[in-house]
Design a protein around this ligand. Sequence first.
Ligand code: G3P
Length: 218
Amino acid sequence: MKFFIDTANLNEIKEAHGLGVLDGVTTNPSLMAKEGIKGADNIRAHYKAICQIVDNNVSAEVIATDYDNILKEGRELAKIDDKIVVKVPMIKDGVKAIKRFSSDGIRTNCTLVFSPGQAILAAKAGASYVSPFIGRLDDIAQDGLELISQLRVIYDNYNFKTEILAASIRHTIHLIKCAEIGADVATCPLKVITDLLNHPLTDAGLAKFLADHKKVNG
Ligand code: G3P
């Protein structure tokens, strides 16, 4: 399972990369705004800075919502670095643009996916990744993890090459369940990744090991 970090914060990306387990980064316009990144030049520079930290897979989202401008913006984003994956919303013009990007060899991440039907369209259009939002489905009392299970079955039925990128992950249970189901990728905040480290028996066991060592060695 690949781990992506869902943030535009450079320090968090560096920290996750430093752990040695990071496979990529996902951003979105809200995450970029949270970091105060504004203006085309600054946005480009920020994506470039992210690409300099990680080895691959930096999702950069288009703002345009019509076919021609999604293509124009996506091509500009793709030119920033080979690591860029153009993130495109699940709308009619987005699906058309994903198909075109796919034909042109530009990798895409189809975002804001909330149903199996949307995910089938993304796969048929040739998206490299599909991003079902688990947490936001849970927020409206639907089962986000059930969607991941459905997509795994559907994609395997037809050997779709699109990778299931579980997004809107809020806690470690989401992440672990996604791994059990077989999501290809999980993107989550830094805290969810570092929370995977924690177990009270690890802390207690280490304290005892060190105390026993100290008794004998001083
Ligand atoms: O980047 C997309 C997704 O992961 C957003 O998550 O927590 O804002 O629903 P969240």
